[in-house]
Design a protein around this ligand. Structure first.
Ligand SMILES: [Zn+2]
Length: 202
């Protein structure tokens, strides 16, 4: 088992409200192909540009509010000497839940991948700096699954609104005020004389 996959054990815990959904812009770009002969594509230096809907990535979708987002994919198969590579940019529009105010929000996850295609785990140790190993487990590999792995690795553990969650903070302040009033009322109810004593002191 290669190291990259082991890292996928880190999970983001997202609470979902399930009630709100975002509408996404219609897909302008073609869908990326699913299964490809990675070795052949690397030898041909094939570039792939397109979109991969989050609905095709159920492990990723499980971390999100819903699976209605999409990923813009711009990757290039190629070679560095004898080494076959897969590199490029991913930009995902994801629907998530803010961990601070628990409201739905849209999150853009951008990440770069630099993979070396290897046939044996042992080859992973000899890779040049900056390249992560991708173990070729079959002649035809699922590109969407590789992209999904990259996004899962790049997904922050905790997602919150970039700016203060104003609604959340307002509600919290209100709640604290209410609690203070209730605590004061409770004090009067349980021991009115203590309150009188306090008053005399002043
Ligand atoms: Zn928030």
């Amino acid at each position: 088992m290669d190291g990259r996959r082991k890292q996928l054990k880190y999970k983001a815990f997202l609470l979902t409200t399930g009630s709100e959904t975002y509408t996404i812009a219609p897909l302008m770009q073609p869908l990326i192909p699913e299964f490809l002969d990675f070795v052949q594509k690397a030898d041909h230096g094939t570039g792939i540009k397109g979109v991969c809907p989050v609905s095709r990535m159920q492990r990723l979708a499980a971390m999100l509010l819903d699976d209605s987002g999409s990923v813009a994919v711009d990757v290039q198969f190629g070679r560095q000497g004898k080494l076959r590579t897969l590199g490029g940019e991913l930009s995902a529009n994801l629907n998530v839940v803010c961990q601070r105010c628990l409201q739905p929000m849209q999150y853009t996850l951008q990440t770069r991948m630099n993979l070396a295609l290897i046939r044996d785990d042992a080859d992973a140790d000899a890779l040049p700096a900056g390249l992560e190993p991708l173990l070729l487990e079959a002649d035809e590999m699922n590109l969407a699954a590789v992209i999904e792995d990259e996004l899962l690795l790049a997904l922050p553990l905790v997602l919150v609104h970039e700016q203060d969650c104003s609604d959340f903070l307002q509600q919290q302040a209100q709640r604290q005020k209410q609690e203070a009033v209730m605590a004061a009322e409770q004090k009067v109810k349980t021991n009115p004389f203590a309150v009188l004593k306090d008053l005399h002191k002043e």
